[in-house]
Structure formats: structure tokens, C-alpha cells
Design a protein around this ligand. Structure first.
Ligand code: MN
Length: 276
């Protein structure tokens, strides 16, 4: 798609007045492509569906939000490309600014632009395929998010900029309304909480694996529970109840699941239903 990326994005916004990220092309050399769905409480609540391609986020506004039910085809209106850094944007766009209202990251993860999900690890091939299929008006893709999983398609209609977002049949299909899960996958806040809760921003690179690919070390030492004087609140920490049972390291290598105890013992036989 021959377009000048981010010009339209810039023209619509005054960056001294909005906390949204300034335009910047950001190309990652490797790693899977990112997708994000932001819930945006603008004049009308809607969901912004975005797919990373060629250093920007291709964007569609989905008024009713995505669905995991293949019979629910959701209108998706293509909007201007957004900068990559927008993927982690949560906050309040002030009154009077374009898109004024609250934004949360409703879901995010990685995608592969094909039905089988074969291009997660080949970025160049994935971007080329995404570009080609979007230009042809139909893109099938596989999502690995927290709320949205499995195979979907974006299909262009005869109306300009109007697409349909459709779930394909697979094991993730459900008639339960996925938009009832309303909280941010990054911070746990609901969009209506944002006016009261300050938001700590994560760099967008943190939403997907962008590091070097290395093989799994033969030995891994998980952190162990320890006794403390009292609970505290500190950046980089979160709390979970300590449960008795197995602590297992689960590692997938080339589609095979390996389960290891913290001492390095193979636990595959203890969980045959998982490792089988
Ligand atoms: Mn929006």
C-alpha cells in the first residue's frame, strides 16, 4: 500500500496538547509483528484495532468491538496509520483535541498474517504478505493475544474504508461477548477509571518479544518464595498468594512441551495430558 505514513496522524493532532506519542517510524529488524486493540471512550465508545506493518500500526475503528463468534461480522473503518509507540498508549486525550476521551490497551499480542500462523518468526515474509493481502482487500491472520486468539480476517467491502472483521472457525470460537472483559491488559484499569488513576506508560517494545533469539538454557533457576516482614509496594513487584503444589517450568521447543521441576527433573510423566 503506497501511502505516506503518519502524515495524516500528525496533521490531526497537536502534540503540545495531547499526551499521544509523536510520529516516528520504528522498524524492528526481527521478531513477531505486534497487534493491539485499544478501547477508546471518545464521543462514542469504540475499539481501535491495529496491526504493525512496515514500522507503523495500520488501524481500523471497530464501533462494536471484536467478536469471537464467526456469525458476528464487525464493521471496521480504516483510519490513519499510527506510530508504533501508540501501541502502549493509555491515557486521557484532553477535551478539544482530536479523539478526546480515554484510551486503554484492551488487548495486545502478536500476529501472523496467514490462517495457519506460520509467519510469526519470519518478519520480512509476514510484512510482505500483509501488505499484499491488504492491497487485495482480504487479510487472514492469526492472533495470539490475551483476549483475542485464533484465526480472523479483515475483508474490504465496496464502501470506501469500510472493512469487516470476522472470526474464522477454530477452537477459540465462542458466543460469549469478549468485550465484557473490559479491563486493560497492561494495567488492569477500566476505561472509566482513567480520569482518576494515573497511568504509568510502558514502552511499546515491551508488549512483544523483541530481544535476540537464544536457545533455552539447560538449567533455569526460578525465583523461590521467601519470608518477609511485611508486604510492600514497589515498582517492578507484584503479589500473588503462595499455593502449595508443583512449581513447574514449562518450555516449548519446536512445538514440543517440556516440563521441568525447579531442580531440573523432567515432570512430563506427572502431567501426561499436557506433555503427551
Ligand atoms: Mn479511536
Amino acid at each position: 500500500m503506497a501511502r505516506t505514513p503518519l502524515d495524516e496522524y500528525s496533521k490531526k493532532r497537536a502534540f503540545e496538547a495531547t499526551p499521544e506519542p509523536a510520529p516516528a517510524l520504528l522498524r524492528h529488524p526481527a521478531g513477531p509483528l505486534l497487534f493491539v486493540v485499544q478501547q477508546h471512550s471518545a464521543r462514542r465508545l469504540h475499539y481501535d484495532f491495529r496491526l504493525e506493518c512496515d514500522g507503523v500500526l495500520l488501524s481500523w475503528a471497530v464501533p462494536r468491538g471484536p467478536s469471537l463468534d464467526p456469525s458476528e461480522k464487525r464493521l471496521a473503518v480504516q483510519t490513519e496509520d499510527h506510530p508504533y509507540a501508540y501501541a502502549s498508549f493509555e491515557g486521557v486525550i484532553p477535551p478539544g483535541q482530536y479523539g478526546a476521551g480515554e484510551v486503554i490497551v484492551w488487548d495486545c499480542g502478536v500476529y501472523s498474517p496467514d490462517e495457519g500462523g506460520t509467519a510469526f518468526h519470519d518478519r520480512a515474509a509476514a510484512e510482505e504478505r500483509g501488505r499484499r493481502d491488504l492491497a487485495a482487500g482480504k487479510l487472514a491472520f492469526e492472533l495470539r493475544g490475551e483476549k483475542l486468539k485464533g484465526s480472523f480476517a479483515l475483508v474490504k467491502t465496496r464502501e470506501a474504508k469500510q472493512w469487516l472483521l470476522i472470526k474464522h472457525k477454530d477452537r477459540f470460537v465462542t458466543t460469549d461477548d469478549v468485550t465484557r472483559h473490559g479491563r486493560s491488559v497492561l494495567t488492569g484499569v477500566a476505561v472509566e477509571d482513567l480520569v482518576a488513576v494515573p497511568v504509568r506508560r510502558l514502552p511499546a517494545e515491551r508488549l512483544v518479544p523483541t530481544g535476540r533469539v537464544v536457545s533455552v538454557p539447560a538449567k533455569l533457576a526460578p525465583m523461590l518464595a521467601e519470608t518477609g516482614e511485611s508486604a510492600f509496594e514497589r515498582e517492578g513487584w507484584m503479589w500473588e498468594p503462595k499455593l502449595d503444589g508443583y512449581r513447574v517450568l514449562a518450555i516449548i521447543v519446536e512445538g514440543r512441551l517440556h516440563l521441568r521441576s525447579r531442580r531440573g527433573l523432567d515432570l512430563a510423566r506427572d502431567f501426561p495430558a499436557l506433555a503427551g
